[in-house]
Write a protein that binds this ligand. Structure first.
Ligand code: SF4
Length: 706
């Protein structure tokens, strides 16, 4: 616990919602934050913040904060118990399950919302200390596809850009991304671009970003891979390939050219609904641009062939030499405030610190650095989120520890997910609030502190470590996740193994040692004080770089020398066959349902943002569905009418919002409402395991008022 701050002072901290990672200035009185303003000197947001950031303190005061551990009563409801009782129950139940059914019978599901140090602690404790094999994060739902795409294309999961690239491009292509709503401060950086950039949006929906674009390719849902291949073919045919860059920095160009030559203009125009002229026009813009950047987010990642779509975007940047220069790049925008931390530190897909579970050398290095017996480090990375859920269905996973995430709302095909949670012998939910949809299924609730009530680091979309700070006391007996993990280690009997994990900054030091000689090297960072003083520090920042230049520069992009992390220094150009969507509209379910972020003022399942009266006022409380005026007319529906939406999985009720943002035959529901995932289809990208939230078929009918 840090020393209380002086009365009437200010300090800075990184925002705890989205991956933009804005700096906020907190106004502190007698050790407690009493207000905040956006930080004008922070290089990310330059004095701006969205409504969620402005309301970051308000949501800490909610009545449904979890303030003591709670245990389910045999006949329903919960009663408060002491931490001692809760941790004994936790330990006994998990140990008993593992004794009876093996180490593979338990799992954890974590989050991109806690600091890197807590992720590292959880991953190390669960897998090296407690003997868990399986564990994953809700980051599987938002950016696993980008991770897989980068690892296969570059040889390392390395988003190459810096936010200054938004201000230096002259052509920007956004694929399945709506930064106006989802990343509003990043969009503000676009608006500051002095080059009057051409903005191209590829999205089936006429989003706020599409409305602001120079060109909108309003394609048929899930025709994106074919469309990108057709654009690539036109780039090649029209002579825009940077041949010297391709020769020096890539491999696989001939296979790429042969593959995309099969995507003729006429065929793709017919299947995507985008005209041949527009495909040529976009190819010309990309080919002629001086500095072209391509950006993507959930419209690509949350798709059944998302990894290949992301790689089609990467291919376009590589073959036109738009990489490693100001204003360029194939740039995945991440979702959560610390999804990037999860990629490096959660000990799930990668062995902690971007090592490989399967590599004996990596296991030895990690064991030595952390002073942990090497035999405690599994050689298998364990199951991803979807396989953990399937493991519950088969009765193989019997006890689950859920930390700061809400699968009973957010997991795809929600009705099924809730049944699976109820099948568990033991469910522990560790969260700031006792009222989440998932906590209602719990056997034990552990009260956790939230952003502003603990210390650590987040990593934002441009690979910047930013600091969060304890500026408030957590309510009641709530503990930081860090201290909960410490207590679990003690009760489990492995406290000694984690003795050096004494506080977040000590763990940051361990993380630095683990990063040595990796692309994500942070050995040059001189502790939390330097991160604070510099307004965050982007990785990599190695000891040798720091020796020459004590303060890291703030405009750092990767691959400036045209060398990629593969041993031969070349990026891979990867293509694949197109596969049909797992579900398309048919006679019974004739309408596409698109899902996504609906507003700048709500976040994910509204667990936190619904606690702010201001944010609630900025967004409809009742679920709504966007319908095209033509479809609404056919259904005899006007704005505000209630409609029933049915899919093969379930049904939901929502108010009609009749708008031409969707095309005829398509509809859109925001993911923030509980209703939306009652409809979505359990289908996953085969390479990344990411759920395909963006494509299912529904039937919509008017509910006649009585
Ligand atoms: Fe926070 Fe993201 Fe809003 Fe910035 S844009 S204030 S990081 S939620």
């Amino acid at each position: 616990t840090p020393e209380p701050m002086a009365a009437d002072t200010t300090t800075t901290a990184t925002c705890g919602y989205c991956s933009t990672g804005c700096g906020l200035r907190l106004h502190v009185r007698d050790g407690e934050a009493v207000g905040l303003t956006p930080e004008t000197n922070y290089p990310v947001n330059l004095g701006m913040a969205c409504p969620k950031g402005w309301e970051a303190l308000r949501i800490l005061e909610s009545d449904d904060r979890a303030t003591s551990p709670m245990k389910r009563n045999p006949d329903g409801g919960f009663h408060a118990v002491s931490w001692d009782d809760a941790l004994k129950e936790f330990t006994e139940k998990f140990k008993h399950t593992m004794d009876q059914h093996g180490a593979g019978s338990v799992a954890f599901l974590s989050t991109g919302q806690i600091p890197s140090e807590e992720m590292a602690f959880l991953g190390a404790l669960a897998k090296f200390g407690m003997g868990f094999i399986h564990g994953d994060g809700n980051t599987r739902q938002c950016m696993a596809t980008a991770v897989t795409a980068y690892k296969e294309s570059f040889g390392f999961d390395a988003p190459p850009y810096t936010y200054d690239d938004y201000e230096q491009s002259d052509v920007m292509v956004f694929v399945g991304a709506n930064p106006c709503i989802a990343h509003p401060i990043q969009w503000e950086r676009v608006l500051r671009n002095p080059n009057n950039p051409e903005i191209i949006v590829i999205d089936p929906r006429r989003t706020e970003t599409a409305m602001a674009a120079s060109q909108h390719m309003q394609l048929t849902p899930k025709s994106d891979l074919a469309l990108l291949y057709a654009i690539t073919d036109q780039v090649i045919q029209r002579g825009y390939v940077d041949e010297s860059y391709v020769a020096a920095s890539t491999s696989g160009f001939d296979q790429l050219a042969e593959h995309v030559s099969r995507f003729s203009l006429d065929t793709v125009a017919a299947s995507s609904g985008v005209s041949a002229e527009q495909i040529i026009s976009v190819a010309d813009s990309i080919g002629r641009g001086r500095a072209v950047s391509l950006w993507w987010t959930m419209g690509v990642n949350q798709s059944y062939e998302g990894t290949r779509v992301a790689q089609a975007i990467i291919n376009l940047a590589l073959i036109t030499g738009n990489m490693g220069r100001p204003g360029t790049g194939a740039n995945s925008i991440t979702g959560q405030c610390n999804a990037m931390g999860s990629r490096l530190w959660s000990n799930t897909t990668n062995l902690i610190g971007h090592h490989d579970f399967a590599s004996p050398e990596d296991r030895s290095k990690v064991a030595e650095t952390l002073s942990i017996p090497v035999e405690n480090i599994p050689a298998d990375k364990g199951w991803a989120y979807d396989r953990i859920m399937e493991g519950i269905r088969r009765g193989e996973i019997k006890a689950l520890w859920v930390i700061a995430t809400n699968p009973a709302h957010s997991w795809i095909n929600q009705g099924d997910a809730r049944e699976l949670l109820d099948q568990l012998d033991f469910l522990v939910v560790q969260d700031m609030y006792h009222s989440t949809e998932t906590a209602r299924h719990a056997d034990l609730i552990l009260p956790a502190s939230g952003w502003g009530e603990k210390d650590g680091t987040f990593i934002n979309s441009e690979r910047r470590y930013g600091l969060l700070k304890k500026v408030r006391k957590a309510p009641g007996e709530a503990l930081s996740d860090f201290n909960i993990f410490k207590a679990v280690a003690h009760y489990w009997g492995v406290g000694e193994m984690f003795a050096q994990w004494s506080d977040p900054e000590a763990v940051f030091s361990l993380m630095q040692s683990l990063s040595r000689d990796k692309w994500c090297d942070i050995t040059g960072i001189d502790g939390y004080e330097q991160i604070d003083r510099c307004g965050g520090i982007q990785w990599p920042w190695s000891e040798s770089a720091a020796a020459d230049d004590v303060d890291p520069p703030q405009q750092r992009r990767l691959f400036e020398d045209g060398k990629f992390p593969y041993p031969d220094g070349r990026a891979r150009l990867i293509v694949d066959e197109i596969t049909p969507p797992p579900e398309s509209p048919c006679d019974n379910y004739p309408t596409w349902l698109l899902t996504g972020r609906g507003t700048v003022s709500q976040w994910h399942t509204q667990t936190r943002t619904s606690k702010s009266p201001v944010l609630r006022k900025l967004y409809p409380i009742q679920p709504y569905i966007e319908l095209h005026p033509t479809d609404a007319g056919d259904l005899d529906v006007v704005n505000g009418d209630q409609v029933r939406i049915q899919s093969r999985r379930g049904e939901a009720v929502a108010n009609a919002m009749v708008v031409p943002t969707v095309s005829p035959g398509q509809s859109f529901m925001p993911m923030h409402y509980e209703a939306t995932n009652q409809l979505t289809l359990s289908h996953f990208d085969p390479h990344s395991g990411q759920p395909s939230y963006k494509d299912c078929a529904v039937k919509i009918t008017k509910i006649d008022s009585v």
